[in-house]
Design a binder for this molecule. Sequence first.
Ligand code: TF8
Length: 337
Amino acid sequence: LFLAACGGSDSTQGNGSASNGEEVATEQTDSKTIRAGIGLNNEHPQYKGLEKFAELVEERTDGSIVVETYHSGQLGDDRSMMEALQLGTQEVTVPSTAPIANFVSEFSVFDFPFLFPNSEVADEVLDGEVGQSFLDKLEDQNLMGLAYWENGFRNLTNSKQPVATQEDFQGLTIRTMENDLHLEAFRALGANPTPMAFTELFTAMQQGTVDGQENPFATIYLEGYYEVQQHVSNTNHIYSPFVFMMSKSFFDSLTEEEQEIVSEAALEAGAYQRELNREANETYLANLQEEGMTYTEISEDERQKMVETVQPVIDKYAENIGTEVVEKVYSAIEAAQ
Ligand code: TF8
C-alpha cells in the first residue's frame, strides 16, 4: 500500500531500454521530490486533497516535481512533521491549527471555542487578509503556509456516558490535541483533559487510558472510533482549520514558476478537500449510529452555558495573543456574516 502510494517516483531503475533509461535518469536527477505526509488515513478527505495536490503539481510541472504522499502518520504526527519541514527532511504537511500554536502562538485564536458560527464564515476569514496575515507569521519558523484546508467542527465521543450537558463532562478523561488552550477549555468544562499526539489516540481509547476524544464526524467514522467509543454528542465546540504548509527552504529552492504552481495547487486542492470534507461530515453521523453509537444532541441552551464557561479561558488567551490581533479576527468574522 505504502509503495503503491509513491509509485511513479522511483520507477526509473531497471525499466525500459538502455537509451530510454539514460534519458529518464537525467530527468530524475533534475526532478524535485515533495514528501507530503498527513495524520489521517487514506479514506479521509484530507488524503484525497493531498492526492489532488500531487496530481495537479505533477501535471503542471511536467514531472519536474514529483509528489510522494503518506497518510496515517507514516511520517509522524502533526508536531514532528512540522519539525521535519523546518529541518528540510520533509517538504509538505497539513496540520491542524492547534499544534501550530506551539510554533506561532497567535494561531491559538482560530481554536477559540465557538469562534466560527459556520464553515462559510471560516472560509471567508481564513481565505481573506486576516488568514493570510497569520500564514505570513509562519515564515520566521522556516515554514510556508500556502492554504487553509478544513478539519472541521469538533464533536465529543466517549466510552462512558451520554453527554447532553456540561455536567456530563465531569470525570471524563478526554484526550486533547497538544495545545494549552484546548487543555484549559476542557478543564473549565469539568473534564480531565490529557494532551496526546493523534497517532497514539486509537490505542489509548482501546486500552482505556482515555475515556474519550473530540474530532469531526469524518475522522470519528473513517478512523473507526466507533469500535472503541460508545457515545457521540454534537458539541461543535471548536472549528479546526488545517494549514497546508511547505518547508520554506524547499519552497525557496523552487523556480518562480514552480512556486506559483505549488501555491495555486495547494489552494485548488484545498477547495476540493473542503467540499469532500463537508459532505463527509454531513453523512457520517448517520453511519456512526448505524455502527451502534448513541447520539446525544446538545440543546442551544446547554451550548450557551458552555460558551459562558469557557469565556474566561478565551479572555486569558486573547490577552496573551494581543487584543489587536484578536480584534482583527473578530471584526473579520463580523464582516463575513
Ligand atoms: C487531532 C487532529 C488530527 C489532525 C491530523 C491527524 O485530533 O484533529 O486529526 O491534525 O493530522 O489531532
